[in-house]
Design a protein around this ligand. Structure first.
Ligand SMILES: *Cc1c(COP(=O)(O)O)cnc(C)c1O
Length: 514
């Protein structure tokens, strides 16, 4: 493909954007500042000796820089974003409107509680919905993302083990091989030994292997359900019972709750702790637009150890329990500590509750049903040309995501990365690649309930055309891709082995070379 070169480097109205360090300079300042008055410095040795070298730009220059950068960033608001395990769903504008109400957006965490009763009530309402939907009696709202929620749940588990005086001996955590990397990382961070459980040929936890691993030293299992292969763990109740029999706790990674919300209550499955990614299941923005929020629900056995702060209500209205002393006044509360400076992501609480209330209980159930239906539509429409490793045919549907491997690319000379790069030229953000690790060249596709049938049909037709091109040996379409994106293919090996993480002024480089 011949590429038209332009004098400016711009491509039509898609403008080329240098780094801010290349266009700004510390001599420039976007605002008029008064002359600094003469003062005797009291900084002594601590006085700055050089320039801080922050790039300076005028206000319109700074604004254009960031708007142009934002136009290079693909977003769920621009098109289908099929990342499996990440749940990129539409964020309704109603949520944004609610989050901008001054009573929620213009308050301060240190304001007297009597002046923020509405915000506290909203946190209490959100807690009520989360407890009702999961069938668990307590929730810690404060964790700021899924991984943080895992830490919260596992810290509650560790506190419960410590309270029983078993911390020295109960130190092994079982983690299935298909787990998200944050699961073993969380267990290891807390000083537990991580012990992997293999998957069976169906892509689920191998029940026999799991049972062999049980013993008095098992602190917990960290299990994702539906799992990262997009499958419901059918043996989950048997797993929970066997684990509880040896005194272990069941941590469920609830990142995929969007596949079962309104249909299954994790509390009924024997779960002791589970984080909920508000930014996946309940539509709050994530990725570059975050922040996330990872409230963690807890069973009766763990509830007393829930971290500070939490909302309580009484005759005088709502209040936050902020200190250990106040917490201990309650029944048998014994918080393991505190995870955040204030109360968590208030803006996300508002957006999530707005999503819940606008859907209602029946609507949330339909969210799960549509997410699963859409994933199965993709699986059914691509299974004849791509290869799905754990596909047991139409009678054994997947959950919210469709998992493919790279065996359909065998003998084409192409791999998953080539396929993904060619998707970019077609206007699709690639699916999740090479995860879960238990599948060779994995391609994990999650459409969510957001996509219409027309949108899915176009995606499927594009994927089928790419497969046809791959099988016909159209190497250029893949090996050179992406050709139409603002940046071409990176040298992935160089980027990983020799990352250049700091921008250097070209002049300084030239001087150094002399
Ligand atoms: C997204 C995800 C996490 C981590 O959540 P963050 O909010 O990104 O920290 C953990 N486990 C699974 C299965 C996930 O999909």
């Amino acid at each position: 493909m011949s590429e038209k070169q332009t004098f400016s480097g711009n491509r039509g109205l898609q403008l080329e954007e240098p780094l801010i360090f290349e266009i700004g300079s510390y001599q420039n300042c976007g605002v008029d500042l008064d002359e600094v008055p003469e003062v005797t410095s009291r900084l002594g040795d601590c006085a700055a000796t050089g320039n801080v070298d922050l790039p300076g730009l005028s206000e319109p220059e700074a604004m254009r820089h960031f708007v142009r950068l934002s136009q290079k960033n693909h977003a769920i608001d621009a098109g289908l974003y099929p990342l499996g395990s990440c749940t990129m769903k539409h964020n309704p504008r109603l949520n944004e409107k609610m989050a901008r109400l001054p009573g929620f957006s213009d308050i301060h965490p240190l304001q007297p509680q009597a002046t923020v009763q509405g915000a506290l009530e909203l946190m209490d309402d959100l807690a009520h919905w989360l407890k009702t939907l999961t069938g668990l009696p307590a929730v810690a709202l404060s964790p700021k993302a899924g991984a943080h929620g895992e830490l919260c749940g596992m810290m509650a588990i560790r506190a419960a083990i410590e309270a029983k005086g078993e911390l020295a001996t109960r130190n092994r955590v079982l983690v299935p091989e298909s787990a998200h990397g944050t699961n073993p990382a969380t267990a290891a961070l807390l000083g537990f030994k991580v012990d992997g459980i293999p998957a069976n040929a169906e892509g689920r936890v191998d029940l026999a292997a799991f049972k062999e691993k049980l013993g008095d030293d098992v602190a917990a299992i960290m299990l994702t359900n539906p799992n990262t292969c997009g499958l419901f763990e059918r043996d989950i109740i048997e797993i929970a019972d066997a684990l509880h029999d040896v005194g272990g706790y069941f941590y469920c990674d609830g990142a995929n709750f969007n596949a079962i919300v309104g249909r299954v209550r994790p509390g009924d499955l024997g779960v002791d702790a589970m984080h909920i990614n508000l930014h996946k299941t309940f539509s709050t923005p994530h990725g570059g637009g975050g922040p996330g929020s990872g409230p963690t629900v807890l069973s009766d056995r763990l509830a007393p150890f829930a971290p500070l702060p939490f909302v309580v209500s009484g005759e005088a209205g709502f209040s936050l329990v902020e200190t250990m002393d106040d917490a201990r006044l309650g029944a048998d509360e014994n918080p393991f500590g505190r995870m955040v400076a204030f109360h968590g992501q208030m803006g996300m609480y508002v957006r999530a509750l707005s999503y819940m209330m606008s859907h209602g209980a029946d609507g949330l159930r339909q969210v799960a049903e549509d997410a699963v239906l859409n994933a199965n539509y993709i699986l059914a429409s691509l299974r004849d040309v791509m290869t799905a490793p754990f596909d047991n045919g139409p009678t054994a549907p997947c959950m919210h995501e469709a998992l493919f491997d790279d065996s359909f690319l065998k003998d084409t000379g192409l791999d998953t990365l080539d396929f993904a790069k060619a998707m970019i030229d077609e206007g699709y953000h690639p699916m999740t690649m090479y995860f879960p690790l238990v599948v060779h060249g994995a391609m994990l596709i999650e459409p969510t309930e957001t996509e219409s049938k027309a949108s899915l049909d176009l995606f499927i037709a594009t994927m089928r055309d790419l497969v046809k091109g791959a099988k016909a040996g159209d190497m250029a379409r893949f090996k050179n891709a992406p050709e139409l994106a603002p940046r071409r293919r990176l040298d992935e090996t160089q980027a990983a082995r020799n990352p250049i993480l700091r921008w250097q002024e070209p002049a300084a480089e030239a001087q150094a070379a002399e």
